[in-house]
Design a protein around this ligand. Structure first.
Ligand SMILES: Cc1cc2nc3c(=O)[nH]c(=O)nc-3n(C[C@H](O)[C@H](O)[C@H](O)COP(=O)(O)OP(=O)(O)OC[C@H]3O[C@@H](n4cnc5c(N)ncnc54)[C@H](O)[C@@H]3O)c2cc1C
Length: 423
């Protein structure tokens, strides 16, 4: 898909000698340069016309409404609540999920939309990833029919916003090996005790999916907690982050939080069921990381076309072109990989290792790409106003959340060798 960014024009280089200058009567036209376009292999053409229209609508929203204001929110560590009504209008709540008021559509469309959102702002795509992928996804994948009917429609309409509480202060990568947050059944009620850390949307959302270890059988179970009204549930906002600053992450404390059995995810009996949700969200993070790299590349390319040094646009220097070529190669490789990932997903063949490979590869390539973008902007690359810096910082969180690079590689390593090497 071509960008709507205005075609860049570079000022012509000043010729080195007067003799080389054009005659006074000759009018030199500004050279029209290619507009930055991170769809080098035309992967957007794999979408049908209806899907492409949705992606274009999302791009228009992100460029018109989000791009002009997001840097200020990022710098201020604040979430743009003012944009939520317009997000509701986009009709993308529950993309990839069928029924229950969800937007439906293909898993490829879900991926492209997440890539598109991250191309303008990785924080915004993370907000969507937490609410739709993790919170709604837990109910969609592990909930009973009644639970889906009750919770998914208002969440798809963004009337109730969700979060997903798995990580704890003392248990991160090792979540599958034993959570410290406990769940104790007392009749038709569960009593939750423990802490959760890093939980996106938690400081302000309505519904928390809390994963806790059942004291009776030591298995992980999921609970839907209405956090604003449940006694014993408190959230403290995590301050001073240097990445995804628009996303509000919370440190949750639960002291004798009582949840009815009706709010226990009825299809979730062990960590294997939690992992089903993580497979889907790792699928999406690979798209988001690719979008993050696209945004950084396009910003860097535009800068390279406009920034003059030694009397020439820096984009005309060989070493700068080398950086840009490496960036677009990383992006193109990631796009091709995730497009195939979407085919595997649609065919019901996506494994944990497939999703882990996509997440690990795309976030690592994103990390390389955003660093080159930052480098290309020189000093301006560390100033948030020039965009590249925001993508550069945000990528660090994409690289580590939803399972770190090392944990993804251990999942791949187990699949290819047959040996589990987690501990
Ligand atoms: C911005 C952000 C948003 C997040 N949002 C959420 C959320 O909404 N919900 C949620 O539940 N969690 C969330 N997380 C938590 C995230 O998933 C964890 O940070 C991540 O899983 C890593 O856990 P940890 O930070 O405790 O690191 P640790 O597990 O302590 O790991 C530290 C380092 O040790 C390495 N390591 C650990 N074990 C091994 C091993 N066996 N072999 C090799 N290396 C190993 C890791 O790869 C890493 O480099 C979020 C995190 C961030 C930063």
């Amino acid at each position: 898909m071509t960008t709507t960014t205005a075609t860049a024009t570079a000022q012509a280089a000043t010729p080195a000698t007067p003799a080389a200058r054009p005659a006074k009567t000759e009018v030199r036209q500004p050279k029209a340069l290619p507009a930055p376009n991170s769809d080098f292999y035309e992967v957007y053409e794999t979408l049908n016309s209806e899907e492409l229209a949705t992606v274009k609508q999302v791009r228009a929203f992100m460029e018109a409404k989000v791009a002009p204001v997001i840097t200020k929110y990022w710098v201020d560590d604040a979430f743009p609540f003012e944009l939520l009504p317009a997000v509701k209008e986009l009709g993308i709540g529950g993309l990839g999920m069928k029924g229950y008021g969800c937007a439906g559509g293909s898993v490829a469309l879900l991926g492209f939309v997440q890539m598109e959102i991250a191309r303008t702002d990785p924080s915004f795509s993370t907000f969507m990833g937490v609410h739709v992928g993790l919170a709604m996804g837990s109910i969609y994948i592990d909930g009973s029919e009644e639970q889906k009917q009750k919770w998914l429609p208002p969440m798809a309409r963004f009337e109730k916003i969700g979060c997903f509480g798995l990580t704890e202060p003392l248990v991160g990568s090792g979540a599958s090996g034993g959570l410290l947050t406990t769940a104790k059944r007392e009749g038709d009620t569960w009593v939750l005790n423990g802490e959760k850390r890093w939980i996106g949307n938690a400081p302000w959302c309505d519904v928390s999916i809390i994963w806790a270890r059942d004291l009776a059988d030591n298995q992980v179970k999921g609970f839907i907690v209405e956090n604003k009204t449940t006694p014993g549930f408190s959230v403290e906002k995590i301050e001073n982050k240097i990445a995804l600053k628009v996303v509000q992450n919370g440190h949750i404390t639960m002291k004798d939080v009582r949840v009815p059995e009706a709010n226990r995810l009825q299809g979730g009996d062990s960590f294997r069921d939690t992992a089903k949700v993580l497979k889907m969200t790792r699928y999406a993070v690979a798209w988001m990381a690719t979008g993050c790299a696209m945004g950084a590349y396009e910003a860097a390319l535009k800068y390279a076309q406009e920034r003059m040094q030694f009397g020439k646009p820096i984009g005309s220097f060989q070493l700068v072109q080398d950086l840009l070529a490496k960036m677009i190669a990383n992006i193109t490789a990631s796009q091709c990989l995730i497009t195939r990932q979407a085919q595997l997903h649609a065919e019901g063949k996506l494994t944990d290792a497939h999703a882990a490979l996509a997440k690990a590869f795309c976030t690592a390539k994103c990390r390389e790409t955003v660093a080159w973008a930052r480098e290309l902007l020189g000093g301006n690359g560390i100033v948030a106003d020039y965009k590249a810096a925001r993508f550069f910082a945000d990528c660090e969180a994409l690289y580590s959340y939803e399972g770190t690079y090392q944990m993804q590689n251990l999942i791949i390593g187990k699949a290819v060798t047959g040996f589990g090497a987690f501990v």
